[in-house]
Design a protein around this ligand. Structure first.
Ligand code: PLP
Length: 462
């Protein structure tokens, strides 16, 4: 019985032949085939050869679509965490390819012809942008926070005269024990870093007295976490950062703020947006160190930037753990190019350009796309939408936007949206009131022709 079942399992070679070109490297295809056949071996009944092939084709399609590739973002969410946060501009890409394709002076002093410091220019330019004494950079903001916490907790624990009382308590308001996106929870980050959480205040109200009472000989630092992705309203209170800073100075405890997003622009000048505190503003209020992401509102590559007092930044850079979190040459060059753009006052940051586009510009693009869709079995109309910053920033804000709304004659909206996602250059929109909506604000002008092609292909599908 068992033998006859085994014999019914098709040979790998035969399956490979039947599959033809799967559009993936052969070793990957062989691996998928082996796994699928192994699963069959465990199952009770073995399907017909054709349906085995169909299943394997499905598995290969899933694998192919999991490859990283560009897509068109019609969601209206500018910094979309699932879509790689901020797209990089032309200048940044130029720098990436130039540095990536050549040897470079990453750790070489050209003047002396010897080994040199890493990221010296970048660190200075970030310090200038943040109006801070010094700055440095690690892989992401989560890493920046872990480095800071580990450093001030561990270092104090071993160097303290009284080692029975390790200085590893981190004071934080109960209203700031937040979760940012998937897998980033402040209490967990603290625990990972060897810090003991000392919560003060309540969810909605924390006073300066709450902070003052919590400070003791175990206190390693005071942490403030920006409520990036939610807001609280009503009976709420938290002391101004200036007052916490004064208290921290008086008690000789470092005061650190996890700002999350690194806005270098005054967001409130855009209608619909609130003010997002900038790193420079936070430093001015008296925090000793601020950390934020490179790929949120700063719109550079993924990175975690730390800025503040030179003494503290230098100490962090000397921590052995810093070495484990350092960025590679591509990130450093991309971030350097991004910082340069801000310092020149250029408008070459894609997310900021998208934010600035007027609804008139967006509407005329939507109309052109609509006009190019005539003769298809669908109705295309120009609609309205609300674009959002996304990436866990400015949760209360939205910007008026223009959409292209698609209503297919016979295909339900959800299915038509799936067809658009299934194109060679996937187009992602959202469904509202039975329509597939594509927000023009997050679609690059250079992608308009590709949007038309994708809609045409999706509409023509049987
Ligand atoms: C986004 C965010 C983080 C995490 O930053 P990553 O760069 O994604 O690691 C941490 N803290 C706050 C407040 C954030 O908004």
């Amino acid at each position: 019985m068992k033998r006859s079942q085994l014999r019914a399992i098709p040979a790998v070679e035969k399956v490979l032949q039947a599959l033809g070109d799967a559009g993936l490297p052969r070793p990957m295809v062989v691996e998928v085939v082996r796994r699928e056949l192994a699963a069959l071996r465990k199952s009770k009944s073995i399907p017909e050869f054709d349906s085995v092939i169909t299943n394997i084709r499905g598995a290969l399609r899933d694998l192919r679509s999991s490859r990283i590739r560009p897509l068109i973002n019609g969601t209206g969410i500018l910094i979309h965490t699932n879509f790689g946060r901020s797209p990089l501009g032309e200048r940044v890409i130029e720098s990436l390819s130039l540095i990536g394709a050549n040897y470079n002076n990453l750790e070489y002093g050209l003047a002396g012809g010897k080994r040199g410091g890493r990221a010296a220019y970048l660190e200075q330019s970030l310090a200038v942008l943040c109006a801070a004494e010094a700055a440095t950079v690690v892989n992401n903001n989560a890493a920046a926070l872990v480095l800071i916490l580990r450093h001030f907790c561990d270092a104090s624990a071993t160097s303290g005269a009284n080692s029975a009382h390790p200085k590893n308590e981190v004071i934080i308001s109960r209203g700031e024990l937040v979760q940012i996106g998937g897998g980033f929870r402040i209490p967990d980050i603290l625990e990972t870093s060897g810090a003991r959480l000392r919560e003060v205040g309540t969810t909605n109200r924390t006073t300066l007295r709450d902070y003052a009472r919590a400070i003791g000989r175990d206190t390693a630092l005071i942490l403030k976490v920006h409520r990036s992705n939610f807001f609280m309203d009503g009976f709420v209170e938290s002391p101004p950062a200036e007052e916490i800073a004064a208290l921290a100075r008086q008690k000789r405890v470092p005061f650190v703020e996890d700002l999350g997003s690194g806005a270098m622009i005054e967001t409130q000048v855009t209608p619909g947006l609130e003010h997002e505190p900038t790193p420079a503003e936070v430093i001015r209020r008296g925090v000793d160190l601020v950390c934020f992401s490179g790929d949120k509102l700063l719109s550079g590559p993924q990175a975690g930037i730390i800025a503040g007092k030179a003494k503290l930044v230098d100490a962090l850079k000397r921590d052995p753990f810093f070495r484990a979190l350092r960025c590679d040459k591509l990130i450093l060059s991309a971030l350097e190019a991004t910082a340069d753009i801000y310092m020149r006052g250029d408008p070459h940051i894609p997310v900021l350009q998208m934010l600035r586009a007027t609804t008139n510009e967006l509407r005329s693009r939507a109309e052109s796309i609509r006009d190019a869709l005539e003769g298809l079995p669908l109705r295309a109309v120009v609609g309205t939408g609300q674009a959002q910053i996304g990436g866990g920033t400015l949760p209360r804000s939205s910007v008026a936007s223009v959409t292209l709304d698609l209503i297919h004659g016979s295909v339900p909206a959800q299915e038509f949206a799936a067809r658009l996602r299934d194109q060679p250059l996937p187009v992602i929109g959202y469904v509202a009131r039975g329509r597939v909506k594509l927000d023009l604000r997050t679609i690059f002008v250079r992608q308009d022709a590709a949007v038309i092609a994708a809609i045409r292909a999706a509409a023509a599908q049987p």
